[in-house]
Ligand binder design. Structure first.
Ligand SMILES: Nc1ncnc2c1ncn2[C@@H]1O[C@H](COP(=O)(O)OP(=O)(O)OP(=O)(O)O)[C@@H](O)[C@H]1O
Ligand SMILES: [Mg+2]
Length: 322
């Protein structure tokens, strides 16, 4: 439904995105995850025919985003970073206006307005001026305008930004309800958002795609070994050395708690039973044993590490000059 092939966008010397390739199938929700300045908005603006790519092609439902912008725009709903809502209109006037722009009129326009008003819980603010709405409600109006013509493709640039926790859950539920019937790309730099609503995550950093997979597979792929943490009531001084006697144990790492150690073994191997039997046999008082898994947050930090380190080294230079 969405096909992006090797798109690059340059602004003068700056390469905002560099040979980005991915696709989104019908009914799929894809998260575009990346830190500030990664190139998320740039990619979305190309997909919505707002700006052309310098190189490469992007297609929506088989239509080229640069060559056939009218066909593309008909099939997408777009929630930009800053929703383009007219302050001096009421919610109902604005949504009616957008609906007409989308070619709706008469009964079909009324129906569409009722549908989005209900879906985004906008009933109570229908007659309010957009200028007087809270940020969260404005964001919902932005989503309502993206959905008014019930497009098959939705491109949502940070859809939950500025919302309170209750509204975040509501919007996530809404996005989940679109899965199956719509193709959705949403950009975010919030990890739980990617895991909560998406089947697939594309991680972008410095304009390049650094990983693409399901949330679970992403963390599994980056894991090099299995780790378990055990807490003992009375560990001996040489606990690390002793634990290495257990078949399969590769490394034993200390933690900040002297009673807790991390045991590493090869990926796919389960040594919990052997470790437990050994600890109990030694009378160490096994208080707790749990697998330590790598969260998507760990994966994200690892993949975007280089960029995270840059500001730190710059800061040091500035500090030294002063
Ligand atoms: N019109 C423009 N002219 C020059 N540079 C631009 C322009 N638009 C974006 N850029 C640059 O392109 C890079 C990618 O920006 P983009 O807005 O796509 O990032 P983003 O992932 O959406 O970030 P954020 O999370 O902050 O919204 C940035 O370095 C940005 O400064
Ligand atoms: Mg952006």
């Amino acid at each position: 439904m969405i096909e992006v092939c090797n798109i690059t966008k340059r602004y003068g010397h700056l390469t905002a995105i560099d040979r980005v390739t991915f696709r989104v199938e019908k009914g799929e929700v894809l998260a575009f995850l990346g830190p500030n300045g990664a190139g998320k908005t740039t990619t979305m603006r190309i997909l919505t025919s707002f700006i052309p790519a310098t190189e490469g092609t992007a297609q929506i439902a088989g239509f080229d985003c640069a060559e056939q912008p009218d066909e593309v725009k008909k099939r997408i709903g777009y929630l930009p970073e800053t929703p383009p809502v007219y302050q001096e209109l009421t919610v109902a006037e604005y949504l009616g206006f957008v609906g007409k722009l989308r070619g709706l009129s008469g009964a079909s326009l009324t129906q569409a307005l009722d549908r989005v008003t209900e879906r985004l819980s906008l009933g109570t603010v229908r007659q309010r001026l957009i200028a007087n709405l809270s940020r969260g409600y404005r964001q919902r109006v932005g989503l309502a305008q993206a959905l008014i013509h019930d497009p098959p493709v939705l491109i949502l640039d940070e859809p939950t930004v500025g919302l309170d926790p209750k509204q975040i859950i509501e919007i996530r539920e809404l996005i989940k309800s679109l899965a199956g019937s719509h193709s959705v790309i949403l950009s975010t730099h919030i990890l739980p958002e990617a895991t909560a609503v998406c089947q697939r995550v594309v991680i972008i950093n410095g304009g390049r795609i650094v990983a693409e997979d399901t949330p679970d597979q992403l963390s599994a792929r980056l894991r090099k070994s299995e780790k378990i943490s055990i807490t003992l009531k009375a560990p001996p001084a040489n606990v690390a050395e002793r634990l290495r006697e257990v078949p399969g144990v590769e490394h034993v790492l200390a933690t900040s708690d002297p009673k807790t150690v991390l045991i590493e073994c090869a990926l796919g191997r389960d040594i919990r039973e052997d470790v437990a039997r050994f600890a109990v046999g030694q009378n160490w008082g096994l208080l707790e044993m749990k697998p330590v898994s790598m969260t998507l947050e760990d994966v994200f930090l690892k993949l975007t590490q280089r960029e995270e380190e840059l500001p730190k080294s710059n800061d040091t230079t500035v500090g030294e000059q002063q």
